[in-house]
Design a protein around this ligand. Structure first.
Ligand SMILES: [Zn+2]
Length: 255
């Protein structure tokens, strides 16, 4: 039973991502139900907008969460194998997403997670003992057998973040894609120098809210300037799902 459920979950995740790339190419949103971050199609209503979104309301392992009372544990190191890639940015109507080609991956506990894309939320989706940050980056990975792993990075206000410069200069203000082969970016520059993290089992933070996502939220925030926060907020004033109940889960942190 469990294995059937698992494959359904992963199938849904893959379908969600696959659908994403089609809709994200700017060809319109087809018959996909409209969802957003406020009003009648806001987070509290997601689960009722479409049968495929049901997990958003009935799921017991949902993301984001407030990270607190983490249990000391021996967590596997995150080993980064990212390299420069040509700039490919999508405004998908919900966030700014930067896509990466095959060959960029992280290894965590012997498992290879291939980097698909990173994107941003304002304000942060996870909170740290109740504290929110102006931005949060999500680096979305998938294993060869379809399991998702997301690295979250809190971004606090401070110095301008050079890793964002090329993305911010080129991000589409309306739904669509910008590709610039001559501009190269390295996703590793988005990460803090210390790769310790909070680890828990969660979900996608957008519909269909599929579970089975391995979350690694970095304990060390990186800096971003107020101007950079404002530039993102000018396109997406607010695109964060509220924190969800922890339920029976445990948040782990490196000893
Ligand atoms: Zn996200």
């Amino acid at each position: 039973m469990m294995s059937i459920n698992r494959s359904l979950v992963y199938g849904a995740v893959v379908a969600a991502l696959g659908f994403g790339s089609a809709a994200l190419a700017g060809e319109g949103h087809g018959h996909a139900p409209h969802w957003g971050y406020s009003g009648e199609a806001g987070p509290a209503a997601w689960g009722a907008l479409d049968t495929n979104f049901k997990t958003c309301s009935v799921g017991k392992e949902q993301s984001p969460i407030d990270l607190k009372a983490a249990k000391n544990s021996e967590l596997a190191d995150v080993e980064i194998h990212y390299s420069e890639a040509p700039l490919n940015i999508v405004n998908n109507g919900h966030t700014i997403q930067v896509n990466f080609p095959e060959g960029n991956y992280a290894t965590i506990g012997g498992v290879k997670y291939n980097l698909l894309q990173y994107h941003f939320h304002t304000t942060s989706e996870h909170t740290l003992d109740g504290q929110s940050f102006p931005l949060e980056a999500h680096l979305v990975h998938k294993t060869d057998d379809g399991k998702l792993g997301v690295i979250g990075v809190f971004m606090k206000e401070g110095a301008e973040n050079p890793a964002l410069a090329a993305v911010w200069e080129n991000m589409p203000k309306e739904a669509g894609t910008v590709e610039k082969a001559d501009i190269k970016i390295n996703p590793a520059q988005l990460l803090p120098t210390t790769l310790t993290y909070y680890n828990y089992a969660g979900s996608l933070t957008t519909p269909p809210c599929s579970e089975g996502v391995n979350w690694m939220v970095m304990t060390t925030p990186v800096e971003v300037s107020s101007g950079q926060v404002q530039a993102f907020a000018a396109i997406f004033p607010q695109n964060n799902r509220p924190v969800q109940a922890l339920n029976e889960r445990t948040v782990l942190i490196e000893q």
